[in-house]
Write a protein that binds this ligand. Structure first.
Ligand SMILES: [Fe+2]
Ligand SMILES: [Fe+2]
Length: 286
């Protein structure tokens, strides 16, 4: 018998961003699940995550329209003033939406991000005295926890940094492995396989349109490394939690982008095709 509640039972028609109740992942990690409709497409998870412990870490901060609902959900899990770190995976709107509200309520909290993320937060007007650069190659320590920074296999901003938590055997992949889905679900296993594969293809082509021009063997080695790691959980901003075999996520990407099974969407704006089209127009006009 499944122990997972199907979120779609309570949210049949997603017309605006919604905040769902927090979901415990394991002894230390909790997901703060939100979903947003993408115009003309489907539902996209916009999760953030909380590591409870001696030095609590909030990983990303959700989307701004959820504001108070986001804070209420967070406050049911932790005294917000006790948060010590806010890990910003990258400075996209869907990851920093409630950052200032949390900083205002968590005076001890410091923000950590890679260099370009810190630079962007500066341009957005955040208080740089509360922001620290995550140095390349450094392991992030929060209390007795060590998070090993990992650059995801694909991403939409250069500072994007996920991590592996060896104690929890949990891998955070940020935007990588995200999927547009017909409706909110809590766990990857609650989604139909066909929906998951199609949703991963749509999301990956939107979020990383360069993916079908990557070095296939390098991508294959990266996917194999994740399979060898075999994390107990994969957490992703734009996907429900994966608690099963990681090949559920790695195989569709390998099939599409390493083996070229045709599932990957072509990029009509790729410079060769775009400029070839322009040349044709120019010749017709001549
Ligand atoms: Fe992003
Ligand atoms: Fe994102």
């Amino acid at each position: 018998m499944s122990t997972h509640t199907n979120a779609s039972e309570t949210t049949p028609n997603l017309a605006a961003p919604i905040m769902l109740p927090a979901k415990r992942i394991n002894a230390d990690w909790t997901m703060l699940p939100a979903w947003a409709p993408l115009p003309g497409l489907a539902a996209l998870a916009v999760n953030s995550f909380l590591l409870k412990g001696k030095a609590p870490v909030l990983v990303d901060t959700g989307v701004a329209p959820l504001g108070d609902r986001y804070l209420d959900t967070l406050a049911r899990e932790i005294e917000i003033k006790d948060i010590e770190w806010i890990w910003i995976s990258h400075a996209d709107h869907d990851h920093i939406g409630n950052l200032q509200m949390i900083l205002d309520r968590a005076p001890k909290a410091k923000v950590v991000s890679q260099y370009m993320g810190v630079a962007k937060l500066g341009l957005l007007g955040f208080d740089m005295r509360r922001v620290q650069v995550l140095q390349p190659g450094a392991v992030f320590e929060a209390g007795d926890r060590r998070l090993h920074p990992v650059r995801p296999l694909y991403y939409d901003a250069p500072e994007t940094t996920g991590f592996y938590d060896p104690k929890a055997e949990l891998l955070f992949t940020v935007d990588c492995f995200g999927a547009l889905l017909p409706r909110p679900v809590h766990m990857v296993e609650d989604a139909r396989e066909a929906d998951l594969h199609a949703g991963m293809m749509t999301w990956s082509s939107l979020d990383a349109p360069w993916l079908n021009r990557i070095d296939r063997s390098a991508m294959g080695r990266g996917l194999a490394a994740i399979e060898r790691l075999a994390p107990k959980h994969v957490i992703c901003t734009h996907l429900p939690v994966l608690a099963g075999n990681v090949t559920t996520l790695t195989r569709p990407i390998a099939e599409a982008y390493c083996n070229g099974n045709g599932a990957a969407k072509a990029d009509p704006l790729w410079v060769e095709s775009a400029l070839a089209g322009l040349q044709g127009v120019a010749e017709m006009a001549a």
